[in-house]
Design a protein around this ligand. Structure first.
Ligand SMILES: N[C@@H](CCC(=O)N[C@@H](CS)C(=O)NCC(=O)O)C(=O)O
Length: 209
């Protein structure tokens, strides 16, 4: 399998499947397309119909859209346990991933992922509402499903991969969090797989400036 991704500094959608695959120990090749290259869109359109990354290429099959990549990987590698085994937990894990996929527009548009800088922005009521919802969501998953381990559903799952870019945004923009949420951010940002992504991000020659 080849995962086609964007700049590791900036591409939050690319981080999600990369982290899930890497954390699960699933072998894959990666191809990075610089989102700021003059021919970037053409390069991406040569891979996916939307021209967006990530895309997972498995032989003749090209899967775009991160949720679909997550489902494909979970079906192909069930032993990786990327969805919780319990049906109730699995349904909630899918719901929080879908909520991430579809929502949090104020947070995502105000606080873009940037692993190379620390920034300050105005935390508008809409951004704060997103932060509050994420903190509540994490606390609910941890309380209901996370007793067997440190992640949202105990063991690492797609839900953690989907919220990892949010953890970087909270760090980049110095967003104040309750201790439990801060501990979860620290856990995600200390994962060896995330550290490897971050080191590669900081070594990238490209900048959006
Ligand atoms: N809904 C898509 C979103 C993908 C997406 O927006 N990717 C960004 C990079 S993080 C992208 O390709 N941006 C380039 C562009 O929009 O031209 C998914 O879940 O994979």
């Amino acid at each position: 399998m080849q995962l086609v991704i964007g700049n590791k500094k900036y591409s939050s959608w690319s981080l999600r499947p990369w982290l899930g695959l890497t954390q699960a120990g699933i072998a894959f090749d990666e191809r990075v397309i610089n989102l700021y290259a003059p021919d970037s869109l053409a390069q991406r359109l040569a891979v996916t119909p939307t021209g967006k990354v990530p895309a997972l290429v498995d032989g003749e099959l090209v899967i775009w859209e991160t949720l679909a990549i997550a489902e494909y990987v979970a079906e192909k590698y069930p032993q990786a346990g990327l969805w919780p085994a319990d049906a109730t937990a699995r349904a909630v894990a899918r719901a929080v991933c879908a909520e991430m996929h579809a929502g949090f527009v104020p947070l995502r548009s105000t606080c873009n992922m940037d692993l190379s800088r620390r920034k300050t922005v105005e935390i508008t009521p809409a951004v704060q509402a997103d932060v509050d919802r994420i903190v509540a969501l994490w606390a609910d998953c941890r309380a209901r499903f996370g007793t067997s381990g440190p992640f949202l559903f105990g063991a690492f799952s797609w839900a953690d991969a989907f919220y990892a870019p949010v953890a970087t945004r909270f760090r980049t923009y110095g967003i104040a969090l309750p201790p439990e949420a801060q501990a979860y951010v620290d856990l995600l940002l200390a994962l060896p797989a995330f550290k490897a992504w971050e080191a590669a991000a900081l070594a990238e020659p490209w900048s959006d400036q």
